[in-house]
Design a protein around this ligand. Sequence first.
Ligand SMILES: Nc1nc2c(ncn2[C@@H]2O[C@H](COP(=O)(O)OP(=O)(O)OP(=O)(O)O)[C@@H](O)[C@H]2O)c(=O)[nH]1
Ligand SMILES: [Mg+2]
Length: 252
Amino acid sequence: MLIDRAVVEVRSGNGGNGAISFLQEKNMPKGGPDGGNGGKGGSVYLIAKKNVNTLLAYRHSKVLQAMDGGKGDKKMRSGKNAEDVIAEVPVGTLVYQEEGNLLLADLSQEGQMVCVAKGGRGGRGNAAFKTSRLRIPRIAENGHPGERKRLILELKLVADAGLIGFPSVGKSTFLNIVSKANVATADYPFTTLIPNLGVVTLPDSYSQFVLADMPGLIEGAHEGKGLGISFLRHIERCRVLVHMVSMGGERD
Ligand SMILES: Nc1nc2c(ncn2[C@@H]2O[C@H](COP(=O)(O)OP(=O)(O)OP(=O)(O)O)[C@@H](O)[C@H]2O)c(=O)[nH]1
Ligand SMILES: [Mg+2]
């Protein structure tokens, strides 16, 4: 199975409620309002990372959830802001909102980050409602709710050149020779199940480009034959396609 698509649910935290409280001290029995504000709910972010190669991690942990903000407290104490959740995805990940199939982000650069669920704002405590007219406010705000969304993550490799061709024509062998990649090669078809990347350094030793080795392509792939069309999305972003042809004669 190609790990290049995953469905995840993201949930940001609710904001904490504001507090209703009045200062009570021996020498000041009727102190003013001192209810603090609620803390912010945590947000969920996705960040593109070069060292992450697949969406495999999202096959198993399908929910990314941030915590709720803390409640406000007496003595003007604000609730704790919840920590954000920052999840790493491969460079080249497209992020869609499932509802409406809306493209939210195209994470094509290392370190690029997108907020996919914003944490709820904390509610204001009653101290914030004090005015010259309203000296004893008995009201506070509830925290704002967090968001919940289902996302579709889709990985398209970002490569300069892509190697395509029938199974077992030597695509992976070629990649291993021209780059430092060390991918499996064997004399049976469909040895390569997921695309592999290698960095090719040119003889001037300054210029480099990224070469992608693809699974074998057979006639009818666009109709689902062989490994089907699911990996073809990876070659859409290659600037050059190199079609390898075996010189060994007719295949059986
Ligand atoms: N005779 C000969 N054999 C080769 C050559 N290049 C690769 N091979 C052999 O051909 C077989 C298939 O090579 P791979 O590199 O795995 O081929 P591939 O195109 O990546 O195959 P899939 O991943 O299955 O699509 C291996 O046993 C290689 O050792 C070549 O130039 N000459
Ligand atoms: Mg191969």
